[in-house]
Write a new protein. Structure first.
Length: 302
């Protein structure tokens, strides 16, 4: 089985002056992790490591560079899922941690539970020896300026269906040479979200899903709509009935028709075909092609 790796950095109307940064981070993650996958790294390790690189990159709404909530604080959500056995670990509204995806993995591997939130997630992270960050170290000048600007705008909403709300969640899907699929998704959620708001990203079936028998998918976009239709699981189910590319397009269309949803997905079928679709103006994503060369895209039709 030949290894596959696909990564996204959010789906929205990414302004021209931010396109290069969005693609550059994806390229860095692909080029760092893909050679390791070829050398036998597991899909689960690959998606965790790929997402950690993006959590460190201040371009994206994950780890460093995440949006601030209405209280001016960063609350992070993440999930990791193993397609071999459907095990997953997730965290919601986690504060002061740079790599929520790795805390999610510890939840999966070190507890009898699957999903920890808020103070409990933070206590657990501390017990697992994750360094507790100064909140300022996760905050970028860009996000502080954006927060201050939207505080003055009484009409700002965390998401405008089909508007231009930024959405730079990150996700990675991998297939390893042993035929196993895995997925990870990590986010700071939506700008000026209510305190305690958890989006689709850490919810299994919504922001991510992986099952060796049906496929693996990571989603991004308007979380409240993605959750309603369990977009990632829905697309995995469609892969059994349609060619992978069509399954992705049908999943996005279904979300748009049923709930007026907005977003994008990336994924890999059990046979190793990539799939991607979005109904936002753009989606930053990239994958390694059959020749081992990175392909970077800002839209599916470009
Ligand atoms: N889906 C994320 C959320 O609603 C946002 C994003 O994808 O950027 O929390």
């Amino acid at each position: 089985m030949r290894a596959r790796l696909i990564i996204h950095g959010g789906a929205w109307n990414i302004p021209e002056d931010q396109v290069q940064d969005h693609l550059h981070g994806i390229k860095e993650s692909l080029l760092t992790i893909f050679p390791k996958l070829l050398n036998g790294l597991s899909a689960l390790d690959a998606v965790e490591q790929a997402v950690r690189i993006l959590e460190l990159n201040p371009t994206y709404d994950a780890g460093k560079g995440a949006f601030l909530n209405e209280a001016g604080e960063i609350e992070l959500d993440a999930i990791i899922m193993d397609g071999r056995n459907l095990d997953f670990g997730a965290v919601g509204a986690l504060q002061n941690i740079l790599h929520p995806v790795s805390v999610a993995r510890k939840v999966m591997e070190e507890t009898e539970h699957a999903f920890l939130v808020g103070k409990g997630a933070q206590k657990f992270a501390r017990e697992m020896n994750f360094p507790e960050e100064d909140p300022k170290s996760l905050l970028t000048a860009r996000e502080l300026a954006f927060f201050e600007a939207i505080q003055k705008d009484p009409n700002f909403r965390p998401h405008h269906p089909f508007g231009e709300s930024p959405s730079d969640t990150v996700g990675a899907v991998a297939l390893d040479q042993y035929g196993n699929l895995a997925v990870a998704t990590s986010t700071g959620g939506t700008p000026r979200k209510l305190v305690g708001r958890v989006g689709d990203s850490p919810i299994p079936g919504a922001g991510a899903y992986a099952d060796n028998e049906s496929g693996a998918v990571s989603a991004t976009g308007w979380g409240e709509s993605i959750m309603k239709v369990l977009l990632s699981k829905s697309v995995c189910d469609l892969i059994s009935h349609f060619p992978p590319k069509e399954a992705a397009e049908r999943g996005i269309q279904m979300m748009q028709q049923k709930v007026g949803g907005l977003g994008g997905i990336i994924g890999i079928s059990p046979e190793g075909s990539y799939l991607f679709a979005h109904n936002t103006p753009k989606m930053a994503f990239g994958y390694m092609d059959a020749k081992g060369k990175e392909v970077l895209r800002i839209k599916t039709d470009s």
